[in-house]
Design a protein around this ligand. Structure first.
Ligand SMILES: NC(=O)C1=CN([C@@H]2O[C@H](COP(=O)(O)OP(=O)(O)OC[C@H]3O[C@@H](n4cnc5c(N)ncnc54)[C@H](O)[C@@H]3O)[C@@H](O)[C@H]2O)C=CC1
Ligand SMILES: O=C(O)CCC(=O)C(=O)O
Length: 385
C-alpha cells in the first residue's frame, strides 16, 4: 500500500509500518493513506484508492472533512499526543508576558562589554520589572487534552483557574482538578481573568470567537494566549485593544502579516507541538491507527466515523463506509448472502450522518459482491481485507 507523506513524520512512527506492506514517501502516486501534520489539503484532489487521512496531531482544520466523508475517506487524528508540549509552551508564553524577559535580553545584547556591565545591569534593570503569575486569575476556554493540562499546571503555579467548556467529555472532567472553578458562561471568565488561554478547535462556531465584543468584556491589561489557531481571534480587534491600552499582550503561535512587529504581540512560529517527544508520540499513534485501519478495518480516533474494532474471524473482511440512512445493514447483508456467502460476524456503528459496517465472511472470492456493494446507493467506499 502507498502512504503519502505531506509533512515530515517522525521515523519512530514510520518504522512501525511493515516495509513489506507499505511504501511511504512524499512522492508516491495514488496513495491508500495520507499522513499529514499542518499541510493544507483543502485544494488537493483525492484519488479513488485513498481510504484514510491521518493527522499526526490534534487540529484537523487543514483537512476538508465533509469532502472526505462524501468520498468515503476516513479522517483520523491523534488526540492528546502533543498536549504536553503545547502546555509547556503556553507557560513559556505566559511568563514572557508577565516578565519582559525578551526586551530585557535584547537590551543585554546591545551591551558591548567595554563598559562595567555588572554596574550597568544593576542600574538599568528596573526598566524590566514584571509581575508574578502566582495569585493571578487564568481562564481556560476548551477543557480537552491541552486545556486540562494547562488548568492543572496553573494551579501548581498558584493561579486561580476558571474553566469553560460546555461540551467537556467525562474522561476530561475526571482529569480536571476539583480546584478549577466552573465558569458557566464565557462572560464570567472574561470579566474575571488576567490571562485567557484558548484551547478549542477552529470551526464554523469558534471562528473569530475572540472579537471586539468579547474583548470589551475582558479586564484592562488582559493577556490572551492563543496556542490553538489564529482564526479563533479577530486580529483587528486585538490590535485595536492593544493600541488603546486595553490589552497587555497577545501571545500567539500563529504569526501572520496582520500582527507581525505589533507592539504587545508575542509571536512564536507554530512551535506548540515541535518537540521530538510529541512528534514521536503523534507519529506512533498515527502509524498504529493507520495500519490497523488499512489491514483490519478497525477505527480508533476518527473525526468522521465512530470508534469500531472487531477481532478477525472468517476468511476475509468487507468494510463499508456508508451514509447513516435506513435499510443499509439489510442491503449489505442481503447483497452478501445473495452471493451465497455466509456472514461470520457483523458490526455497525454510526456517527451523525455517516456509518461504518464491518462484515467477516467465509469466502475470499469477493470480486462480485464487492462490485454489487459498490453500486448500492449511499455506500461511499467498500474494501476487502
Ligand atoms: N500550537 C500547536 O502546535 C497545537 C495546537 N493545537 C490546537 O489546539 C486545539 C485543542 O487541542 P486539544 O486540547 O488537543 O483538543 P481536544 O479535542 O482534546 O479539546 C478541545 C476541547 O474544546 C472544547 N470545545 C469545542 N468547542 C468549544 C467551544 N465553542 N467553547 C468551549 N469549548 C469548546 C471541546 O469540548 C474539547 O474539550 C486543537 O484543535 C488545535 O487547533 C493542538 C495541538 C498543537
Ligand atoms: O504538527 C504540528 O507541528 C502542529 C500541531 C498542531 O497544530 C496540532 O496538532 O493541531
Amino acid at each position: 500500500m502507498n502512504i503519502k507523506l505531506y509533512n515530515k513524520i517522525s521515523n519512530k512512527g514510520l518504522s512501525r509500518l511493515d516495509k513489506s506492506l507499505y511504501t511511504c514517501s512524499e512522492d508516491v502516486e495514488n496513495p491508500d493513506g495520507i499522513l499529514v501534520r499542518s499541510a493544507k489539503l483543502h485544494d488537493i484532489e483525492f484519488n479513488k484508492e485513498l481510504k484514510a487521512i491521518v493527522r499526526a496531531g490534534a487540529g484537523v482544520n487543514n483537512i476538508p472533512i465533509d469532502r472526505c466523508s462524501e468520498a468515503g475517506i476516513v479522517v483520523f487524528n491523534t488526540p492528546g499526543a502533543n498536549a504536553n508540549a503545547v502546555k509547556e509552551l503556553v507557560f513559556a508564553g505566559m511568563l514572557l508576558s508577565a516578565r519582559p524577559v525578551f526586551d530585557a535580553m535584547s537590551w543585554v545584547e546591545t551591551l558591548n562589554g567595554d563598559e562595567d556591565v555588572a554596574t550597568l545591569v544593576e542600574k538599568e534593570k528596573s526598566k524590566f520589572v514584571g509581575n508574578e503569575i502566582r495569585g493571578k486569575k487564568i481562564g481556560i476556554i476548551g477543557l480537552g487534552a491541552i486545556g486540562i493540562k494547562v488548568a492543572n499546571l496553573a494551579l501548581h503555579f498558584g493561579m486561580e483557574v476558571y474553566g469553560y467548556d460546555p461540551y467537556i467529555s467525562i474522561d476530561a472532567a475526571w482529569q480536571l482538578s476539583r480546584k478549577v472553578h466552573y465558569a458557566k458562561t464565557l462572560d464570567e471568565l472574561y470579566e474575571k481573568c488576567d490571562y485567557i488561554s484558548i484551547h478549542v478547535p477552529l470551526n464554523g462556531k469558534t471562528k473569530n470567537m475572540i472579537n471586539d465584543d468579547a474583548i470589551a468584556k475582558m479586564k484592562d491589561n488582559v493577556c490572551i494566549l492563543n496556542f490553538a489557531r489564529g482564526g479563533l481571534v479577530d486580529e483587528d480587534a486585538v490590535c485595536t485593544a492593544l493600541d488603546e491600552g486595553r490589552m497587555k499582550n497577545y501571545v500567539c503561535d500563529f504569526p501572520n502579516g496582520n500582527i507581525l512587529h505589533k507592539k504587545g504581540v508575542i509571536c512564536i512560529p507554530h512551535l506548540g507541538a515541535s518537540t521530538p517527544e510529541s512528534e514521536d508520540n503523534c507519529a506512533i499513534m498515527a502509524a498504529d491507527q493507520l495500519s490497523d485501519f488499512l489491514e483490519n478495518g478497525n477505527i480508533l480516533n476518527s473525526i468522521n466515523l465512530p470508534n469500531l474494532t472487531l477481532d478477525r474471524s472468517g476468511e476475509a473482511r468487507i468494510t463499508c463506509f456508508h451514509k447513516n440512512t435506513p435499510n443499509m445493514i439489510a442491503q449489505i447483508s442481503q447483497t452478501i448472502s445473495g452471493e451465497g456467502i455466509n456472514i461470520e460476524n457483523l458490526i455497525n456503528k454510526s456517527k451523525d450522518e455517516y456509518a461504518y459496517t464491518m462484515v467477516d465472511v467465509n469466502s475470499k472470492s469477493l470480486d462480485a459482491v464487492i462490485a454489487k456493494l459498490d453500486a448500492v446507493d449511499d455506500i461511499l467506499k467498500v474494501t476487502q481485507l
